[in-house]
Design a binder for this molecule. Structure first.
Ligand code: ZN
Length: 453
């Protein structure tokens, strides 16, 4: 059974898994409190002691944190200690063996600091994902992320190296020509990069090398760093351009790790539950949402067994959907899809709606739809006065009563799954503008224009 070979978490029941998490969580809380001024001050401010946390319900009293808090802690650390690591970090800075960073939209980096034992944990979690997609130690892997200290760069290189992959570290900085030349010369089995770069490189292959990308012999395209690789149309474009399987993944130097197995429409398999407590909360009210099949909410995670900067009840602002359904690949653990950012949420008559969730429903009607949608708002903001205006591209060769049937079926499924009754304008395929990076699902314009592109 595939799951048992991939992650120890799928060998045990959910109850046993919760027990295992709890056994690791209690010492982690005590450790974070004892070693990190950030956690200690946050606990003390509300009169909470690690010993007060005796059950899962008590754990929800620990304040959540996000990237904004993370950056503020770094600034505070610079004031107190002269470097950005002192507030969150639980070990002497001499114990770090790697620094990684995300640039974020504000441009201020948030740092991830790692010790050697931390690197071992992250390497094991990465290895589970690579085993799940069938990469073998010794396989050549063409690395096409920027080779900087950003998490797709040095961190991913290190994790791949620890797996035993033979890395071809070309990176993104030298341009697509170099990457393509190396692909032709060294015949890697796997390419890892962002989905937009995978698409761009495939487009350039014919003019650069005079051959289609299918002739490069790549078998696995593994994409992360930005959304896209789980979308049916992006997946179709990349898989047919290379004649290879596309996998969407998340997780490098934190413990929330998942990857798609390649089953069409499948979500990312959550391979790291023994090192990561996952919680869901309502992005508006912050009320907890039960982690059950189909649940949607803002992802909050807590790292277990981490030494340098163990994050606790940390939110990246991602909205995810949970699936507890077994996958036809043999996976029996939880799976998830990242639907978007909490900033993307709309509220229609008190119902939380995520444009990416609408897109996933519409895409499930392929080939009767192309999967392309736009939510059209008449003014900016989260609150929408019903009906929600939705533009949907129908599939090729669809007309007359077939369009009316599609409209009715979309209405039914959108209401059943997302509790909305939108006004749908069906438009021909190719009407909505595509973007090689991240297509915006929401546009603000006057509703009278909603039927157009
Ligand atoms: Zn699967």
């Amino acid at each position: 059974m595939i799951g048992e070979d991939i992650s120890p978490t799928t060998r045990i029941s959910r109850e046993e898994l919760r027990e295992l998490q709890w056994r690791r969580l209690q010492p982690q809380i005590a450790y974070n409190y004892a070693k990190s001024p950030f956690y200690r001050e946050r606990f003390d401010a509300i009169g909470l002691q690690p010993a007060d946390i005796r059950a899962w319900d008590d754990f929800q009293r620990v304040p959540t944190m996000d990237k904004h808090d993370h950056r503020q802690a770094q600034e505070e650390s610079i004031r107190r200690f002269g470097h950005p690591f002192g507030m969150l970090c639980c070990v002497p800075t001499e114990s770090f063996t790697m620094l990684s960073a995300t640039s974020g939209t504000s441009g201020t980096p948030t740092f991830y600091t790692l010790t050697e034992p931390d690197l071992k944990v992250y390497s094991e979690l990465m290895a589970r994902k690579l085993r799940l997609i069938g990469l073998r130690p010794g396989d050549r892997v063409l690395h096409g992320f920027a080779l900087s200290m950003m998490v797709g760069g040095q961190a991913v290189l290190q994790l791949l190296k620890n797996y035993g992959a033979c890395i071809v570290p070309v990176g993104a900085e030298v341009g697509s020509r170099r990457l393509l030349e190396f692909a032709r010369l060294v015949r890697p089995r796997m390419l890892i990069c962002t989905p937009s770069y995978a698409e761009y490189v495939a487009e350039k292959c014919q003019e650069t090398l005079g051959i289609p990308a299918t002739d490069l012999g790549l078998e696995l395209i593994v994409c992360g760093g930005e959304p896209g690789a789980s979308l049916p149309d992006v997946r179709h474009v990349i898989e047919s351009a290379y004649g290879a399987k596309l996998h969407d993944y998340t997780g490098a130097v934190h413990t929330f790790h998942g990857i798609t197995c390649g089953v069409p429409g499948g979500m990312m398999h959550y391979v790291s539950e023994d090192h990561c407590v996952l919680e869901l909360q309502d992005p508006e009210t912050k009320a907890p949402i039960e982690l059950r099949d189909g649940a949607v909410g803002e992802m909050v995670y807590t790292e277990l067994g981490i030494e340098a900067t163990p994050l606790m009840r940390y939110s990246l602002g991602d909205i995810i959907q949970i699936s507890a359904q077994p996958c036809s690949c043999g996976w029996r653990g939880l799976s998830f899809a990242i639907l978007g950012r909490s900033d993307d949420m709309l509220i229609v008559k008190g119902v939380n709606v995520y444009p990416a969730a609408i897109r996933n429903v519409v895409a499930s009607f392929a080939p009767r739809t192309t999967g392309q949608i736009r939510v059209v708002l008449d003014k900016p903001g989260h609150k929408v006065t019903p009906p929600l205006h939705l533009v949907v591209e129908h599939g090729a060769d669809l007309q007359g009563s077939a369009l009316a049937t599609l409209d009715a079926e979309l209405q039914t499924v959108l209401h059943d799954q997302l509790k909305i009754r939108p006004a749908i304008a069906l438009v021909p395929p190719g009407t909505l503008q595509r973007s090689s990076h991240k297509t915006k699902l929401v546009e603000v314009r006057a509703p009278s224009e909603a039927g157009g592109p």
